[in-house]
Ligand binder design. Structure first.
Ligand SMILES: Cc1cc2nc3c(=O)[nH]c(=O)nc-3n(C[C@H](O)[C@H](O)[C@H](O)COP(=O)(O)OP(=O)(O)OC[C@H]3O[C@@H](n4cnc5c(N)ncnc54)[C@H](O)[C@@H]3O)c2cc1C
Length: 531
């Protein structure tokens, strides 16, 4: 690797222990741990505000607070990041709220199911559905794996500590009815639909791994399904006031401890000297030097293809390996401002949980396949979330905000499974609006009078999401699987360049507001010497 000779006069703010490319929540989490421990940090963010895909805005009308992207944070709020930083974050206004119901399902004929956060209420619901025995058996089968699997979500998978846990997962000693390798090969559909008879129960759980980019029939989905069962039964919290409160609290924490968050600044290049990352250069030519590390929230293809484009010594095979295979499925999201409170046939679904609206899991499998084939699905399935049900300050009195998330949308439509919308030209304004009409009509099968309550709507397509951050990671199987030895990541957060770390959705454990990669890299840096 080449020696880059750094000829800059370092001003204090431009020379830090750790420089971050991007200020999404993972970078802010990492910076928070480092700054609290006395390391100097600078975060350079291209956008006008920090937070990446964590943001709250009045997208529709004044007084209606919508989450532009992510909304619920069960992995972060119920995990180690909040346990460790929560006290200080609460000083800056972060408070998580959730209803009595974590998730559930609604079918067009009015049938519903709920997963209450109270275990006794959950037992009552399982008995009502006749699924109590199947549930007990499932949890008994998963319990030995979950004990080991859940800590793994907070570790760098390339460390010996994580390898030991993986070994333990694969070799549990006593024979088990559901050995780990069957989970790794299994699908979410197989795990759930093979055990539960009721459509309500199947529809409650099978869609969830889609939130992590894993389809109902994707291999490996059974692992993610298991983790989501554990997480969702504990609750599905969102920050009071909206997702953006996480970012404002993290930013304030970083700044309290001397860190700097610079917005409107794009990193163009990572500088490598004497065989290690020594800083970054921004598009306007400014250089920030890093004494210990550079930490980038980007994807492997953008790291090796753009930020390290001129760095010699990186094997061509590694650059090729990092090249991205485009995602076939994307996320389509509608935020609604409603004049009144939406009501399901099953009133328990009005309690603020994230509810799956669909026509059953067989139709879900079809719609996911249609999306993967580049088609607008004829009957899109919907993840429905009404934050104002538990957080009334999100909307003016008597009104409501709702997020409709469609995870079986094509990344780039090439046709319409319903043969109604001319979608060959991709996500044009017309296609987006017509598809939004279809989604809302589908939702109205579950919530009577929905269309008449809509005051305003905001539509976000997969193309809009990609445009908001071209560096966002994706969740192809090759990026999130156990024991992958993708040299681009060295299996974990380290890269081909010493002192350079990759975090965010493209790294373990994949997309989601979890702070896991940020925390893991901060821990690694804090255990190393301060240079
Ligand atoms: C529509 C949508 C809905 C979602 N809903 C949920 C949900 O409800 N719950 C959940 O848990 N997850 C959800 N997710 C996923 C979750 O939001 C993301 O996985 C998570 O926010 C990623 O955080 P991050 O910090 O890793 O990176 P990002 O949020 O991607 O932030 C990275 C930041 O780095 C900046 N950056 C990158 N390169 C550069 C550069 N060269 N120079 C300067 N800045 C740079 C970007 O501008 C960006 O701000 C959703 C995602 C989307 C898109």
């Amino acid at each position: 690797m080449s020696g880059f000779s750094l000829k800059v006069a370092s001003s204090p703010r431009r020379a830090c222990d750790v420089v971050f490319v991007g200020a999404g929540h993972n970078a802010l989490v990492a910076a928070a741990y480092l700054a609290r421990a006395g390391r100097s940090v600078a975060l350079l963010e291209r956008g006008a505000v920090p937070g990446g895909y964590v943001r709250t805005e009045e997208l529709t009308l004044p007084g209606f607070l919508h989450d532009t992207f992510s909304a619920v944070h069960p992995f972060l709020a119920n995990g180690p990041v909040f346990a460790e930083l929560g006290d200080e974050l609460s000083e800056f206004g972060l408070r998580y709220v959730q209803g009595e119901v974590s998730t559930g399902a609604s079918l067009p004929d009015g049938r519903g199911a709920v997963v209450p956060t109270d275990p006794q209420d959950l037992a009552v619901e399982l008995a009502r559905l006749g699924e109590d025995e199947a549930w007990t058996e499932l949890l008994a089968d998963l319990a030995p794996h979950l004990e080991t699997l859940l800590p793994l979500f907070g570790m760098d998978p390339a460390t010996p500590e994580a390898t030991a846990l993986l070994d333990k997962l694969y070799d549990q000693g006593a024979p088990s009815a559901l050995p780990f390798h069957k989970l790794v090969a299994g699908t979410a559909f197989g795990l759930i639909a093979g055990r539960f008879r009721s459509e309500e129960m199947r529809s409650t759980f099978v869609p969830w791994p889609l939130h992590l980019g894993v389809g109902p029939q994707d291999a490996g989905g059974a692992v993610w399904m298991s983790a989501m069962i554990a997480v969702l039964t504990a609750g599905n919290p969102a920050p009071e006031g909206g997702s953006g409160r996480l970012v404002s609290a993290l930013t304030a924490l970083v700044e309290r401890h001397g860190g700097t968050v610079v917005t409107g600044t794009e990193v163009d290049e990572i500088l490598v000297g004497e065989g290690r990352a020594i800083g970054v250069r921004t598009t306007d030519g400014a250089v920030y030097t890093a004494r210990q590390a550079v930490v980038a929230t980007t994807s492997a293809d953008r790291l090796y293809g753009r930020l390290l484009r001129d760095t010699p010594g990186i094997p061509a095979g590694l650059r090729g390996q990092a090249a991205r295979t485009p995602d076939r499925r994307g996320c389509f999201q509608i935020n609604l401002a409603l004049s009144g409170k939406p009501r399901f046939c099953d009133p328990r679904l009005d309690l603020g949980g994230a509810v799956n609206l669909g026509r059953g899991v067989a139709e879900l499998v079809t719609s996911v396949r249609q999306a993967e084939d580049g088609l607008l699905p004829a009957y899109p399935s919907i993840s429905w979330h009404e934050p104002s049900a538990v957080d009334p300050g999100r909307a003016p009195a008597g009104s409501a905000v709702v997020r409709l998330q469609i995870l079986d949308a094509p990344s780039r439509p090439m046709g319409d499974a319903a043969h109604d919308v001319a979608a060959e030209g991709g996500w044009t304004h017309e296609v987006a609006e017509r598809f939004a009409d279809r989604v809302i009509a589908e939702a109205a099968l579950h919530v009577a009078g929905l269309e008449d309550m809509i005051l305003a709507r905001h539509v976000l397509t997969p193309a809009d999401i990609a445009a908001a951050n071209p560096d966002a990671g994706h969740k192809a199987l090759s990026q999130g699987f156990f024991r992958r030895h993708e040299a681009a990541h060295r299996g974990g957060y380290g890269t081909a360049v010493p002192g350079l770390y990759l975090i965010g959705s493209a790294t373990w454990p994949g997309p989601g507001v979890n702070g896991a990669s940020g925390r893991a890299v901060a821990r690694a840096l804090l255990s190393g010497p301060r240079l």
